[in-house]
Design a protein around this ligand. Structure first.
Ligand code: IVH
Length: 677
């Protein structure tokens, strides 16, 4: 193998330093400096250089986080020092008692002892070993003596340094900490799982632990996990830090994330106050904590105090109330969301969960009810954390009463009575009432008035909400009967703006069939589909009359969209609304029915960067009119990428994937040529 040139080595090491730094700022400091596009570009460049020069690949390269092959199982890892647990404290008195015990052993006054307090993170404990500054092993806690070797999985976490940073790197470091999942990431993960019918996790701790125990590291890589360090179990040579708080600061300089809430204080009263304050902040942290870990700050004192059985004498865990409680499910009601989604809501026997009374919890959807196997009357476990809506996480079927009733999902909307639609591959059931359903009215009207729909100038969101709340507007047709006098009586509506709005409504009446179809807000019928439908059918009547097969014959319309369309036009009240709109004076020129296939039929195009001669929306519409699909991201299926000024990562990706790339001038020429045909 040929030796890489020195300038290649130089570039590789420069790129790695930049990527490591960007990673640290992003995952550890929460202060991103590099844009995603710049990061991707540098990453890809490094990857290319390493592919060309395999001799340069090292395990600590940022490219090597993912890539390990799936494992058959996890090896056992014996912990050099056992991973202990902590004694618990539940009250101020318990905290005082702990401080007194410590004081007595150290022959000091409790008020003179310095404590370091930090959140007790509710995740999965892991240990990371660094030799000569490089990560060599990562393991779970296991039974405290032996854990599972999950190095390949831990390497995929951005907050786990593959090599230590800075000048003063120890020969040996074993860092311990917690892998957590934030509420936002947890919610998104479960939301996706519910949609896909895959595993739903009861809480972020289970999600973190489950994600770490994946045999395929590529799965772990996709999970929003964070490592937070809280202890240096082994450190050689000693770097001279004499307190726990200084050691945590040291870990930050070596590349780890530590608790931003860590605070030191003297005496048990200050400690108890800290615990109380953190308890009040608990819901705003964005991740689960189950208490405060209180540690004697002086490391010499820690050594002096030592351990008993399975816990250190120098630390204690102050425990907050549990975030899960058990109660009875009294009833299930069905709510209709702003987009028509039907959500089953559990009405509960009120119960206090972590200090807050909970009487309702979400059951998400029909699949979730099946998954939980829950019935009315059941004893259920409720979880409440932060801003997350309380959820039913488990059912105790042993306690099921004899008169428990099954939960039946309605087939008609509880608000408007329209048919509820649930497509095979969708978890969510929806009211098909659309414009007609009071629960969806505001959203439907906002959509109806929006720029790409009827483009009604001066009809903003606030005004729509007022009009609906006053019951002046029930269907979009009602908009066209509003008078200047009526509008003028509203707060902040003068004569001029009222008159302008009435004029705008008048102007909006003459539109195109495509805009009109789009404005109806039929599920999954976006601008492009609406335009294809208009071109294909030519008249509203033809579209209304089409059957499933006829609808699926339209470019871009699959079985799902066809089903939405079919149901929409079969609801009597939707037909009434259509008629009312036409009676109100809405008109359009009938579109010319497109003959045969269009030049770009079946192709997917991507537009990126700034175009000089047209907006991106215009470019998109022209491509769609030629039969192309326009996507936001480059993939193997992309037929062509149009690269405007300052094109970024999409261009790089297209080039790497060998996708056709054209500039704006070529694009304009080709459009002109195709549009001639
Ligand atoms: S220090 C000798 N600090 O709590 C043990 N532990 O009950 C020193 N934990 O399994 C542990 N957050 O995983 C420490 N800030 C924190 C912690 C923390 C969570 C977990 C740890 C351990 C359990 C002990």
């Amino acid at each position: 193998m040929s030796q890489p040139a020195p300038d290649v080595r130089q570039e590789v090491s420069q790129l790695r330093a930049e990527l490591d730094d960007a990673n640290y700022r992003y995952y550890v400091l929460d202060e991103p400096t590099l844009s995603d596009a710049d990061y991707d570009r540098k990453f890809q460049r490094l990857k290319t250089l390493e592919d060309e020069n395999p001799a340069l690949v090292t395990p600590d390269s940022p490219t090597q986080r993912v890539g390990a092959a799936p494992a058959d199982g996890f090896p056992e890892v014996a912990h050099a020092i056992p991973m202990l647990s902590l004694d618990n404290a539940f009250s101020r008195e318990d905290i005082h008692a702990f401080a007194e015990r410590v004081a007595e052993r150290l022959e000091k006054e409790a008020d003179d002892i310095e404590f370091s307090c930090e959140p007790k993170l509710d995740g999965a404990a892991v240990s990371l070993v660094y030799e000569q500054g490089v990560l060599v092993s990562g393991a779970t806690r296991g039974d405290g003596r032996t854990g599972e070797g999950i190095t390949s999985n831990l390497r995929t976490l951005g907050s786990v340094p593959l090599k230590l940073m800075g000048e003063n790197v120890p020969e040996l470091l074993e860092v311990r900490g917690e892998v957590i999942m934030r509420h936002a990431g947890f919610e998104a993960l479960n939301e996706r799982a519910r949609e896909e019918g895959s595993k739903v996790f009861a809480n972020p701790r289970n999600a973190a632990a489950g994600s770490l125990r994946q045999l395929d590291p590529r799965i772990t890589a996709k999970r929003p996990l964070e490592f937070h360090a809280y202890q240096a179990a082994r450190l050689e040579p000693d770097l001279g830090d004499t307190t726990h708080s200084a050691l945590m600061a040291r870990l930050t300089t070596l590349g780890f994330r530590t608790s931003a809430e860590l605070t030191t204080m003297k005496g048990p009263k200050a400690v108890a106050d800290y615990c109380e304050q953190l308890g009040e902040k608990r819901d705003q942290l964005g991740y689960d904590i189950d208490g405060v870990v209180i540690k004697v700050n002086d490391l010499r004192h820690q050594r002096e105090l030592g351990f008993v059985a399975r816990a250190p004498r120098w630390a204690v865990a102050f425990k907050f109330p549990a975030q899960e409680e058990v109660t009875t499910l009294n009833e299930v009601e069905f709510q209709v969301g702003r987009t028509g989604a039907i959500t089953p809501v559990a009405r509960l026997e009120p119960v206090t969960v972590a200090g807050v009374t909970v009487a309702n919890a979400t059951l998400h959807n029909a699949d979730e009810i099946t998954r939980l196997g829950v019935m009315i009357g059941d004893t259920v476990a409720i979880r409440r954390a932060g801003d997350v809506i309380p959820q039913v996480v488990r059912v105790d079927t042993d306690k099921r009463p004899v008169d428990a009733r099954p939960i039946t999902f309605p087939d008609h909307c509880p608000v408007c009575g329209s048919q509820i639609e649930r497509l095979d591959d969708e978890a969510v059931a929806r009211c098909s009432g659309g414009l007609y359903c009071a629960a969806q009215r505001k959203e439907a009207l906002k959509h109806f008035a929006s720029r790409k729909a009827l483009d009604i100038d001066g009809l903003g969101e606030k005004l729509i909400e007022q009009l609906v709340d006053l019951d002046w507007v029930k269907t979009p047709a009602d908009l066209f009967h509003l008078t200047v006098e009526q509008l003028q009586s509203l707060p902040r509506m003068g004569e001029k703006s009222s008159r302008n709005l009435v004029n705008a409504l008048d102007n909006a009446k003459s539109t195109t069939l495509a805009r009109f179809i789009y404005a109806l807000g039929i599920r999954e019928v976006g601008e492009a589909t609406a335009s294809n439908l208009a071109n294909h059918f030519g008249t509203l009547q033809a579209l209304q009359d089409a059957d499933q097969a006829g609808l699926e014959a339209v470019n871009d319309v699959g079985p799902v969209v066809a089903a939405h369309l079919y149901t929409f036009f079969r609801q009597p009240h939707n037909l009434e609304t259509l008629q009312a709109l036409i009676d109100a004076g809405i008109t359009w020129q009938e579109a010319e029915v497109t003959q045969g296939p269009t030049p770009l039929d079946g192709q997917t195009w991507v537009l990126t960067g700034t175009l000089e001669s047209m907006t991106r929306d215009e470019g998109k519409a022209r491509l769609q009119a030629l039969g192309a699909k326009v996507s936001g991201s480059v993939s193997k299926k992309t037929a062509c990428l149009v690269a405007g000024e300052a094109a970024g990562s999409k261009l790089t990706k297209a080039e790497q994937m060998g996708v056709d790339v054209i500039d704006e001038a070529t694009f304009i020429d080709r459009l002109a040529e195709w549009e001639q045909r």
